[in-house]
Design a protein. Structure first.
Length: 417
């Protein structure tokens, strides 16, 4: 029926949550409240979050390395990569990936178990017929890529024949267009990033047989992804649920009643909300993590949600012209005591972690920032920290003093939610 505005569904709430309840539930769901599950490690974290965003920017480390660091502490960077991509061979069978790269919130590392649930997106890409580029001879180009992968095993774009025609970065070669199209539609899988290059393999070889199917219809796929997003966020609005895996609001509407998520009201939230039933079953308690967050961390993916939960405006300024930046190129929010209490734009100069630009929300944030900077410096192999600019000279002086005697203990070790 045309001309009618579709309204957001109004659930019948069964639980009323305070703003603090919602904040704690979000932190626990994201693995940032309570004892870190180091036994499950990076693999367990990925299953919990459902998606870890990839990005080309590398300051202290790449974002997909910063995400487990924030939750698990100083996990070795090579161990992070191995945990994402490599499964231990069994019975002398070829190793299979723990995960794959595909389009979720953005380009993300996803648990291999979720392969069937992205069938709806693969079908949509296939139905469209192309994404950004159109091939001159689709059938021939795709067949050539598949033949090479079948004969030679996993390959990079360069090994397949080159990524560009020699012009700008978007001037893709026919081979690059073909392999990315095959990735979009599911014939090819990105099984690893090596030196930031995608490693492509045949889906039939990379995806375990029980998962290698597109049998689930669109409704089943979307229902699973909405439920997963709800579990990963603890409590969420319709817009939050849609944003997590970049679904449409009407797709969320169509499945929300069958996801198992529970309607709730949240103090101060203007929109209806849903909570994960497991998140409601027990009050979130435990130790808070004090850490710097990647700007691409799933806790703060969505700007309106971050402002609603933490009263904190988060913006990535890497693509903003330098004179217009407020907080810096790669400003990392500081999480401490379950709140976002500052941010820093870091860099490395030899063995020194440099805080190019830094802001703090009052004196209580000084010690947590010192702790977070020291921990991050040690993780990336730096042995000193230097503060360049801070928006409050008195807090800058206090922070420099704190850095001279930070002893490595956690300033939040006795805080419970």
């Amino acid at each position: 029926m045309t001309g009618v505005t579709q309204r957001e569904p109004a659930p019948r709430p069964v639980t009323a949550l305070s703003a603090d309840d919602a904040r704690r539930m979000a932190l626990r769901a994201q693995g940032l409240l309570g004892a870190p599950d180091r036994r499950a490690g990076v693999r367990g974290m990925l299953l919990r979050l459902g998606a870890v965003q990839l990005d080309t920017i590398s300051v202290l480390a790449r974002s997909h390395e910063l995400v487990p660091y924030a939750r698990l502490g100083a996990v070795g960077r090579s161990a992070v990569e191995s945990a994402y991509w490599s499964a231990s061979p069994e019975d002398n069978a070829p190793a299979r990936p723990h995960s794959f790269e595909y389009w979720s919130h953005a380009a993300c590392i996803l648990p291999i178990e979720e392969w069937p649930h992205f069938a709806f997106r693969r079908r949509a890409r296939r139905a469209k017929g192309h994404r950004w580029h159109v091939m001159k001879d689709s059938a021939r180009s795709c067949a050539a890529v598949l033949d090479r992968l079948k004969a030679d095993g996993p390959l990079t774009t360069s090994q397949l024949g080159g990524g560009r025609n020699g012009g700008e970065w978007w001037d893709w070669s026919e081979t690059k267009i073909a392999v990315e199209w095959l990735l979009d539609t599911g014939d090819v899988v990105c099984t690893e990033r090596r030196g930031w290059k995608r490693i492509y393999d045949l889906a039939e070889r990379a995806v375990p047989e029980p998962l290698l199917h597109d049998d689930l219809d669109d409704t089943a796929c979307i229902r699973r992804l909405v439920a997963q997003a709800g579990a990963a966020m603890g409590v969420a609005t319709r817009a939050d649920l849609a944003d997590y895996h970049r679904l449409k609001g009407e797709q969320v509407d169509a499945v929300i009643e069958d996801t198992g998520l529970v309607p709730v009201t949240v103090e101060g939230w203007a929109k209806p909300a849903w909570a994960d039933p497991e998140a409601l079953a027990a009050a979130p308690r435990g130790r808070h993590r004090t850490t710097l967050l990647s700007p691409f961390d799933s806790l703060i993916w969505d700007r309106p949600r971050t402002e609603r939960i933490f009263d904190f405006t988060h913006r990535l300024e890497a693509y903003v012209p330098k004179p217009r930046r407020i907080h810096g190129y790669f400003a990392m929010p500081l999480l401490a005591g379950g709140k976002l209490v500052g941010r820093v734009d870091p860099a490395r100069e030899g063995g020194t972690l440099v805080a190019r630009q830094l802001s703090l929300q009052g004196p209580k944030a000084v010690r947590p920032m010192a702790q977070a900077l020291r921990e991050a410096a040690a993780w990336v192999g730096c042995d000193s920290v230097r503060i360049e600019r801070c928006d409050d000279p008195r807090l800058a002086a206090a922070l420099r003093a704190e850095l001279t005697h930070t002893d490595g203990t956690d300033p939040e070790e006795d805080i419970t939610a």
